[in-house]
Design a protein. Structure first.
Length: 190
């Protein structure tokens, strides 16, 4: 019986050792974990036109292109007495500055689409900063809007030649109008 007990104990010991080696192989392994986190915020978009902030997708503004009327020498016109609102006459000139500011954290471009309504063909010419005089107020193609402020000067003039039947006929009627509208679109650069 001693021999049987010894054999049984040996078999059990061998079984325990084998099981322990299998179990310990199952539980013994290398493990490591790496965790990472990143946070980003939305870049600020702040493009302003004069005192209009870029807090909404589309806004309207009023500009006084014909508000300051100058004479042919560039001085304030003193010989025109407006009855109601702004009036222009042969030989008068004027301008308006469109002031755009990009305080964004991204680069941008801007485009200006001008619309001129001049059904009576009043002979008014226009010029935009750096351009030439033209009867057409051409749209300004996409132009870089660097950080900081950009000023676009829009000028107009009613060319005066001193003896123009068309000018006189327009003056006799005195009711024809010219209207200039502008839509300025600022776009983030990719």
């Amino acid at each position: 019986m001693k021999n049987k007990t010894m054999r049984l104990a040996s078999v059990l010991l061998i079984a325990v050792l084998m099981t322990t080696s299998v179990i310990s192989g199952t539980f013994a392994k290398y493990t490591s974990a790496v965790n990472g986190t990143d946070t980003a915020r939305v870049a600020k978009w702040v493009v302003t036109l004069g005192d209009k902030s870029g807090t909404s997708a589309e806004q309207t503004f009023t500009f006084d292109l014909f508000n300051t009327v100058n004479d042919t020498l560039g001085g304030l016109e003193e010989h025109i007495a407006p009855a109601d609102g702004t009036i222009i006459a042969p030989g008068t000139t004027g301008y308006f500055d469109i002031v755009l500011t990009n305080a964004s954290e991204v680069s941008a471009t801007y485009e200006i689409d001008y619309t001129v309504t001049n059904t009576a063909n009043i002979p008014v010419q226009f010029k935009v900063t750096g351009g030439d005089w033209s009867f057409s107020l051409a749209d300004v193609a996409a132009t870089a809007l660097a950080s900081g402020t950009t000023t676009i000067k829009v000028e107009w003039k009613w060319a005066f030649d001193g003896n123009d039947v068309t000018d006189t006929n327009l003056g006799v009627t005195g009711t024809d109008t010219i209207t200039v509208a502008a839509k300025i679109t600022a776009t983030q650069v990719d």
